[in-house]
Design a protein around this ligand. Structure first.
Ligand SMILES: [Zn+2]
Length: 281
């Protein structure tokens, strides 16, 4: 999956580092990232290439011994990127799904999740004062009212519904992602993940499920989520009642009918392959 970057090691401990010349700097503008390609590998600028720009820098994480920082330009233009370095260009963050050098792509999409949080929390939501970064943990605090703001991660479930030797696969309505997927949805306030599974399945395809069992989780920065994968069994009628506002289609597929291959990126795909390869019944 996208977070599996072995033999590289992701160090997520919060540190109060300042950037040095060879450290990598992530520069984003909305849903785009500033990169260049060296052969087919994507590259980020180093701090030494950023000297002429007026930015704040926020330490994000390290991979192996390489530190990654976020550039937060002092003047924030919504329409135009304020930073441009010769040889680099801006590209949609979707590139991180397919880019070679997987640990570099994982760094990029994780940094983009953090970028969204930093950019949306510049001021206190209670009193309007400018928020300041804490030095000990990843937290922003308000010097006036003491409001503390932690990174927002939205839990969501991915559901593999099993009906004998078939699994339910669906396609989203109105999205750029057109491959087969599994039922998915965000956890609402007041429910546990298993209740999210049962509710989302009922809402999207009108089915009852039982034997809900946890499989694996995955950080999925594209939607700011922590995805939690569950398998469950159909309970009762297999008649699908499609929510057409969410889904374009949904149906039952046997192992032989699944033509997808593992993309080594998404939990959804791994769960489909897990079923196809006969590892779940
Ligand atoms: Zn405040």
């Amino acid at each position: 999956m996208i977070q599996d970057i072995y033999p590289h090691i992701y160090h997520n401990e919060y540190k109060d580092f300042q950037p040095e010349n060879t450290d990598f700097i992530l520069v984003f503008h909305r849903n785009t990232v500033m990169i260049r390609f060296k052969e087919e590998h994507l590259r980020y600028p180093t701090f030494s290439e950023m000297q002429s720009f007026s930015c704040d820098y926020q330490y994000l994480f390290s991979i192996d011994n390489y530190k990654y920082f976020l550039a937060l330009p002092k003047s924030c233009h919504l329409e135009e990127p304020s930073i441009m370095i010769d040889g680099y260009h801006y590209e949609n963050v979707r590139i991180f799904r397919s880019a070679a050098s997987r640990h570099t792509a994982f760094a990029g999409i994780t940094a983009h999740h953090l970028f969204g949080w930093y950019q949306s929390n510049r001021f206190c939501g209670r009193c309007g004062q400018k928020l300041l970064p804490d030095h000990k943990e990843r937290m922003l605090f308000c010097p006036d009212c003491r409001n503390m703001v932690y990174p927002r991660i939205s839990p969501a479930v991915i559901v593999g519904i099993i009906n004998g030797d078939q699994i339910l696969m669906s396609k989203y309505a109105g999205r750029s992602y057109t491959n087969y997927a599994l039922i998915a949805g965000f956890t609402e306030i007041g429910e546990c993940a298993e209740q999210t599974v049962a509710r989302e399945v009922m809402e999207e395809v009108g089915l009852k499920v039982k034997n809900i069992r946890y499989y694996k989780s995955q950080p999925w920065a594209f939607s700011g989520s922590l995805l939690m994968g569950f398998f469950c069994d159909l309970d009762g009628s297999d008649q699908i009642k499609l929510d057409t506002s969410e889904l374009a289609e949904a149906g039952w597929y046997s192992r032989d009918e699944i033509t997808l291959e593992d993309d080594h990126i998404s939990l959804t795909r791994e769960m489909i392959m897990h079923f196809k390869n006969g590892n779940i019944s």
